[in-house]
Design a protein around this ligand. Structure first.
Ligand code: MG
Ligand code: MG
Length: 250
């Protein structure tokens, strides 16, 4: 069942979203060649706890960290580690926080120094997939309009749209109904309604869409070692259009 949130609930989720947005913006500013990704995890956890909030991922299904850190051919759910970032790495950072019992979830892919032209295009295209998907999130449109938009933009570049992981409803739980796939047909699926809050998260591979999970049981990587990018926002659908809870307020 898809639960609709009240305006008061969305206001709390906005606070959770802003904390995640501020944390990701701070982390992006710290990223540089030579940094260990475990340092990013420590900084993120400290900032979230200092705000009186709780990291959403730590302990979730046994996940051991505050952030998911996925580099280059890693798609999602990678572990922060003592691995040192190097110039040209494509780094995705996924972060979640709980404020007053409500979840927020967002991810960015960032450049470590200067990217290859191929990686740069993958990053900007994946960002564009998310931006255009959000433009579909108006009352009266349908759920698959979101994924159809992602798929159309990504496949026009010859990229693989990851099918093994999807976006999701979010609220009192990290993952609620409905699932929000990054593919679909236009004008299909449930109607979008005011009060739905969805985490939309295109995961786009430069090569095959196929992924596999490493022996750590978490880290998903592309089957052909092509690189992958990931952007995510938590978005409330309102009568006035999409409200991106995890976009930093101007
Ligand atoms: Mg996420
Ligand atoms: Mg998510």
């Amino acid at each position: 069942m898809i639960t609709l949130k009240t305006r008061a609930e969305i206001e709390i989720m906005y606070r959770a979203g802003q904390l995640v947005a501020e944390t990701l913006a701070f982390l992006e500013g710290q990223v540089a060649p030579g940094l260990q990704t475990l340092e990013l995890d420590r900084m993120a956890e400290a900032r979230i706890r200092a705000a009186g909030a709780v990291p959403a991922f730590k302990g979730y299904m046994g996940f051991p960290f505050t952030l998911c850190i996925s580099i280059n051919e890693q798609v999602v759910h990678g572990f922060p580690s003592e691995r040192t970032l190097v110039e040209g790495d494509l780094l995705s950072i996924d972060c979640g926080a709980i404020v007053n019992g409500y979840y927020s979830d967002a991810a960015i892919t960032v450049r470590v120094g200067r990217l290859s032209r191929e990686a740069e295009t993958l990053l900007t295209t994946t960002q564009s997939c998310l931006d255009h998907a959000i433009d579909q999130m108006w009352v009266g449109n349908r759920l698959q309009d979101i994924g159809h938009t992602v798929q159309t933009i990504a496949e026009a570049k010859g990229y693989g749209v990851v099918k093994d992981f999807v976006g999701h409803g979010i609220g009192r739980k990290l993952h609620e109904e409905p699932q929000v796939p990054n593919w679909g047909k236009p004008n299909r699926g449930p109607r979008l309604k005011a009060g739905m809050v969805l985490a939309v998260e295109p995961m786009i591979n430069a090569g095959t869409e196929k992924v596999r999970v490493l022996d750590d049981q978490w880290t998903a990587v592309t089957c052909d070692d092509s690189w992958s990018a990931h952007f995510e926002h938590s978005i409330a659908i309102t009568d006035h259009g999409p409200k991106v809870l995890t976009a930093l307020a101007a």
